[in-house]
Design a protein around this ligand. Structure first.
Ligand code: ZN
Length: 496
């Protein structure tokens, strides 16, 4: 498969491009279906390493989906709206619209500014906008390989090989031919969404890691991305029922990979530096596909200097990743419904035997660790025992997420909240008192109910009541142990 250039269209585009006063960056989006950030890291480690370490792409850790499945990921991304906020395009309802008649796809904005456009998917039968929706009436973009994939599927079904070539390499070669065809002549906007390898299998996409990494390497080293915003992404994480029924699976479904690369040339401009600095500030903030829409608009229309240097208002749903996102932003602000929200909250640990035992095991693990630290000074510092647990809280997902089982309707609009996914792991904050010496400690511990594994972070321990004279015998000798040391003579003095 190769790109064929339409010279006449190209002339028209270059006329329009003269009016373009945006960043003039190309937009190059490579997407895989159903891969969480963790799944990308597990299955495509070489690609992710190249993207992060060599290209210095920025991966968004707070990127959270807003709905169930591929259209619910790409409609906010491409149109800035949900399906329900736009006219009906469902096949199930007759007399309604094709998607291109009523959806404001962002590639149209790019086309108006003189960009050549590409929308590519490698699955014909289950196309994002044509499986449940009516599909496009006309070719949506200048390049649109749907008919080619329709032909392949009619001959071979959903094929992992096309002729004697792995299908993902046919795909990558097609992408390369597109980059080459417009080699610095015409600005390009492209979204390549690949599903064959990753949609129905957790791990199969591993076979593409070397090829994908080399694809990035070839183009990056060749300078093909010198003027490109490159987005490496997924629409959502895995949605298999058995994975969704786990705590880990619920988090991964909601947190797909979203990586953004801005070229060095652009970062070296005054505007580009602000874009990149803000992107880094936003790396760990809550973000969503709605934000990607505003982010792409900021490529076409450069915000004012004030907008680039002032935090955005949380009252707006779509915030650009190239302007500062406030830390105070909530899922509600971002248009993320409760059952999709992966933000967590601190709650009291339930007073039930199962949890009480778990908290006790964590408290004892902490005390054992303290005793092992002081054991080298046992002649000076007493061994400690647990006196009591004062309070225990844990950081847990919203109950709506844990009870989300899937969609209750065919369109994915209505959530089925009858599930009961158990919390498998959590961070705990335990406040406890030890004896002798009556020290009170705040301890943060991670506990896995599945494996009973306890991870203690001794750097996050605080001794919150007064030490007084208790560690006087060790303080000059080993300052670090003062937090944990009760000198024997103070035990007599305090009557403990
Ligand atoms: Zn998908």
């Amino acid at each position: 498969m190769r790109i064929v250039i339409d010279d006449k269209n190209n002339e028209e585009l270059s006329k329009r491009h003269k009016q373009n006063n945006g960043t003039k960056l190309n937009v190059h989006i490579i997407s895989f279906d159903s891969l969480s950030q963790m799944s990308y890291r597990r299955n495509l480690p070489k690609t992710v390493k190249y993207f992060e370490d060599t290209m210095k792409g920025v991966v968004l850790n707070g990127y959270n989906i807003v709905g169930d499945g591929t259209p619910q990921a790409f409609l906010p991304f491409l149109c800035g709206k949900t399906e329900l906020e736009m006219p009906d395009t469902r096949k199930a309802n007759s007399n309604n619209h094709y998607v291109d008649e009523v959806y404001p796809f962002i590639w149209n904005n790019y086309s108006e500014k003189g960009y050549v456009t590409m929308y590519a998917e490698d699955c014909f039968d289950v196309g994002t906008f044509s499986y449940r929706l009516n599909g496009f009436k006309n070719m949506p973009t200048n390049h649109y390989p749907r008919t080619a994939y329709g032909y392949v599927e009619s001959k071979f079904g959903i094929a992992k090989c096309i002729g004697n070539e792995a299908a993902h390499n046919t795909w990558l070669n097609y992408i390369s031919s597109y980059i080459k065809a417009y080699d610095k002549t015409t600005p390009r906007f492209a979204l390549f969404h690949h599903a064959i390898l990753s949609h129905d299998d957790m791990n199969l996409v591993q076979v593409a890691d070397d090829d994908l990494m080399n694809h990035f390497k070839k183009h990056f080293e060749n300078g093909d991305f010198d003027n490109d915003l490159v987005i490496l992404m997924a629409d959502h994480g895995n949605r298999f029922a058995e994975i969704r029924n786990t705590h880990q699976g619920q988090l991964e479904e909601r947190l797909p990979f979203m990586g953004i690369f801005l070229p060095k040339n652009f970062q070296n401009t005054a505007i580009g530096k602000l874009y990149h600095d803000n992107l880094l500030k936003n790396k760990d903030k809550l973000s969503s596909p709605f934000d990607m829409h505003q982010t792409l608009l900021d490529i076409l229309n450069v915000p004012t200097n004030k907008e680039l240097t002032t935090p955005q208002l949380t009252s707006k749903r779509s915030l650009s990743l190239f302007r500062e996102i406030p830390s105070s932003r909530t899922c509600f602000d971002a248009g993320i419904e409760k059952h999709w929200c992966s933000c967590m909250k601190w709650e009291n640990v339930p007073n039930k035997p199962f949890y009480v035992q778990g908290v006790k095991a964590m408290a004892n693990a902490f005390i054992n660790k303290v005793n092992s630290l002081t054991s080298q000074e046992r002649k000076l510092c007493s061994e400690l025992k647990l006196k009591k647990i004062i309070s225990s809280t844990w950081l847990i997902p919203k109950s709506e997420m844990l009870s989300y089982r899937g969609a209750a309707d065919n369109d994915g609009f209505v959530p089925d909240l009858t599930g009961e996914v158990a919390i498998e792991f959590a961070d705990f904050k335990i406040q406890l008192q030890t004896t002798p010496g009556d020290a009170i400690y705040d301890v943060t511990i991670n506990y896995n109910f599945h494996t009973n594994a306890i991870v203690l972070n001794m750097h996050e321990v605080s001794h919150i009541n007064k030490y007084g004279d208790t560690p006087h015998c060790i303080i000059d000798k080993n300052y670090f142990l003062a937090t944990y040391c009760v000198c024997y003579d103070t035990i007599v003095n305090t009557g403990n």
